[in-house]
Design a binder for this molecule. Structure first.
Ligand SMILES: [Fe+2]
Length: 258
């Protein structure tokens, strides 16, 4: 399996503080059957500044500490989106996933849905593929899953967090995570690991839950095929998503002038 979302770089964000803890996280991931993991430190204005060069140098250092741990480590980041995001992508400051056109983004809490659509549209128009990190934990998507449907229609992909599917974040988040999976509004399962405690780099439990939900083939695609294609910077055509019942077409109708 591949894990596209993990906070494993000491000194970068709220992940592990020491190298030995980071290496223990890699060991845990490898034991779970993860063969490749993307280091995605937070990037957030005024809080965490993790430009591409810094991430690359921390990943190199982690590889040295990891020694013979059987796991590949890739560069990435989790960018808290703002109207400036596309500029940072175009000028090469931000770290995309393994230097691909795919970028992991986190939705802000203070935007309106229209504001988010504008930023997502600008990223897609700029030639990048935004992957929305854990939409099931965003209040706007919790209020109306149609918000995620509209972002997918604009060209975004979705990453559901393993712990959301298994119940770490409560019953409501679990229910929404399952709905997003069944409606093809998320395309990747990732750990969003921060430690080896409550937020570990483990995918197997969520993968087994997804098998029960959508079958083995569709579940495998979310932990093997799609993340591998993203790391390799290959294009893939996501399946047509199913609109949630409430509010699904509100924005698209307005956007295309209907
Ligand atoms: Fe994260």
């Amino acid at each position: 399996m591949y894990d596209l979302h993990a906070h494993i770089l000491p000194g970068a964000d709220d992940g592990p503080k020491e190298w030995d803890k980071a290496v223990k996280m890699l060991l845990r991931a490898a034991e779970d059957g993860i063969t490749g993991i993307v280091a995605t430190p937070h990037v957030s204005a005024g809080l965490w500044d993790n430009p591409k060069d810094k991430v690359a140098s921390l990943v190199d250092e982690l590889k040295q500490h990891a020694g013979a741990v059987p796991i590949e480590i890739y560069t990435g980041s989790e960018i808290h989106i703002s109207p400036e995001t596309v500029k940072g992508l175009k000028n090469g400051r931000y770290c995309t996933i393994n230097r691909s056109r795919y970028v992991l983004v986190e939705l802000p809490l203070h935007f309106t849905p229209d504001g988010m659509y504008d930023v997502i549209f600008s990223i897609v128009s700029g030639g990048f593929f935004p992957i929305i990190a854990h939409p099931e934990r965003n209040p706007m998507v919790q209020q109306d899953a149609g918000v995620m449907y509209e972002m997918v229609r604009l060209g975004a992909l979705g990453q559901v967090t393993a712990g959301s599917l298994t119940g770490t974040f409560g019953g409501e988040v679990k229910k929404l995570a399952r709905e997003l999976v069944t409606r093809k509004l998320v395309h990747v399962i990732a750990s969003d690991a921060h430690n080896n405690g409550p937020r570990p780099p483990v995918l197997s439990h969520a993968y087994h839950d997804a098998v029960k939900l959508v079958g083995d083939k569709a579940a495998r695609v979310m932990v093997y095929d799609v993340p591998e294609m993203i790391i390799e910077n290959l294009r893939f055509e996501p399946e047509e998503p199913e609109p949630p019942k409430k509010g699904a077409l509100s924005f698209l109708g307005k956007w295309v002038g209907l």
